[in-house]
Design a protein around this ligand. Structure first.
Ligand code: GLC
Length: 474
């Protein structure tokens, strides 16, 4: 049996701000099927984690965490859920706050978290063979594991879920927070800053990211967020493993949030559509094509393209629903647009899981024209609910959505290449034409029904990575 410890800043069902939480919540479950690997997960104990979970946690131990000239205390709480053991690092000063991120001292908070993880390793009843860290918040744990060697022979894996966020701090922090000799500085520094993600990548034995295409893209300046030269150098250690989704969790046959359960029946999807039209005050019309967007309202998701063409596209005989929260710029724009087109567009400025599922179940098309997308989970959920994705060909979107081809009858969605609003509009219009061509539409629907992105294959790839890294037992 080999032990793997996941280090991350969020995980469903405890705490979630984005797709990272879904992956940390479901990948250990999938890896559990592999009897040779035991995964445990370590997370910060945020005040924001609902009481329902906190009440079930058990105190494990407390210890001192050295941070340069400071000494803080950390306590570890444990919780077993679905047969996985979770450790939570508690510290009132750093984590008893509202929300998860967005504080001026986020860098320091996650330095503390990473340092506490390393300290915990010498106390825990679990000795990892592999420490697997996710995103910048956990990067320093990899760096410190390599330098301080809390467990001899422990290997490290660093996964990039989004290279845009790197955890940058003034380089002076190095001496202020770490008791390390100056020879180590170059491993922590990038472009004159202390960089948590780069520190993790530099010290990791293997680097992974969440789709093969993104793994290639980040070696180029357009996507690399200035780390591309470094990643090019580490090419041989960089692997793209596509994320999956929990297909038991996202299953239209059993989902209790939706009005009418179905496997692939278009007629039942239409019943869901009419329910949502009624609920949201749209004209009730089963045959009217329904397009949806469900996302954080941020630039990454390609919303500037949508802004440019929304008015034009709403001249067509369609309905559109947008669900999400985020930047004020987009919230205001989409709310005002809905006021101008009350019969065609509904904007819901909310983060509402149940409503999201009802929309996936009701819609004909799911629109996701991201500027960049490391993997993207929403298009996979859409496919699970037999909703046709319309995406830009980038990262994981490119790896999961194959554009429909009328001649060969292949493809499970629609896509366009350039980050260009006219191309998005043309693709939306093309999807509308196929929708009204019953023969082509049924070919497309069959392909959608066959698309499946469970965790099985990806879990096997991670298991291979761990096994390659671990010293052979004698
Ligand atoms: C980040 C990425 C998203 C990916 C998720 C999980 O949120 O932006 O594309 O699916 O991480 O890996």
């Amino acid at each position: 049996m080999k032990n793997v410890l996941f280090v991350a800043s969020e995980c469903t069902p405890f705490i979630k701000t984005g797709g990272l939480a879904d992956v940390i919540g479901s990948l250990p479950q999938a890896l559990k099927e592999n009897e040779r690997i035991e995964v445990r997960v370590i997370l910060p104990l945020y005040d924001e984690i609902p009481l329902e979970w906190r009440n079930q946690m058990e105190f494990h131990m407390s210890f001192n965490v050295p941070l340069g000239w400071r000494n803080s205390e950390a306590s570890i709480y444990t919780l077993k859920y679905n047969n996985i053991i979770y450790y939570f690092v508690s510290n009132t000063y750093y984590f008893t706050r509202k929300g998860v991120y967005g504080y001026y001292d986020d860098g320091e908070r996650f330095l503390f978290f990473s340092r506490a993880v390393i300290e915990a390793l010498t106390h825990l009843d679990f000795k990892p063979d592999v420490l697997h860290a996710h995103d910048w918040q956990a990067g320093m744990a990899v760096a410190l594991a390599k330098i301080l060697q809390p467990i001899t022979d422990m290997k490290t894996v660093m996964t990039i879920h989004n290279i845009k966020y790197q955890g940058l701090m003034p380089i002076e922090i190095f001496e202020d927070f770490f008791d390390l000799s100056r020879e180590h500085i170059s491993g922590f520094e990038w472009n004159g800053m202390l960089n948590c993600l780069k520190s993790g990548l530099f010290h990791a034995d293997k680097i992974t990211t969440v789709s093969p295409s993104y793994g290639e893209e980040i070696k180029n300046p357009y996507y690399g967020e200035e780390l591309h030269p470094f990643l090019l150098e580490r090419s041989a250690d960089l692997i793209g493993v596509l994320n999956g989704i929990d297909t038991k969790e996202y299953n239209p046959q059993t989902d209790s949030s939706i009005a009418v359960n179905y496997r692939s029946s278009r007629a039942k999807k239409k019943e869901n559509k009419m329910m949502i039209q009624k609920k949201l005050g749209l004209p009730i019309a089963a045959g009217k094509p329904l397009y949806i967007i469900i996302t954080r309202l941020v630039e990454q998701k390609g919303l500037h393209l949508v802004q440019h063409i929304l008015d034009d596209f709403l001249h067509e005989d369609v309905q559109f629903i947008i669900l999400g929260t985020g930047d004020a710029e987009f919230e205001t724009f989409f709310a005002e647009a809905a006021n101008c087109h009350p019969k065609k567009l509904v904007t819901l400025l909310a983060f509402d899981e149940g409503l999201a599922r009802q929309l996936y179940a009701s819609a004909d098309f799911f629109v996701m024209p991201s500027k960049f997308e490391p993997c993207g989970l929403a298009q996979l959920i859409a496919l699970q609910y037999k909703t046709v994705p319309i995406v830009r060909e980038t990262g994981g979107l490119k790896d999961t959505v194959l554009p429909f081809n009328e001649i060969t009858g292949e493809g499970n969605g629609f896509s366009f290449t350039n980050y260009n609003a006219d191309d998005l509009l043309a693709t939306l219009r093309y999807s509308l034409r196929i929708y009204h061509d019953s023969l082509q539409w049924s070919v497309l629907a069959k392909n959608v029904n066959k698309s499946q992105f469970s965790w099985q294959d990806s879990a096997r790839e991670y298991a291979n990575i761990y096994e390659q890294l671990m010293p052979i037992n004698v």
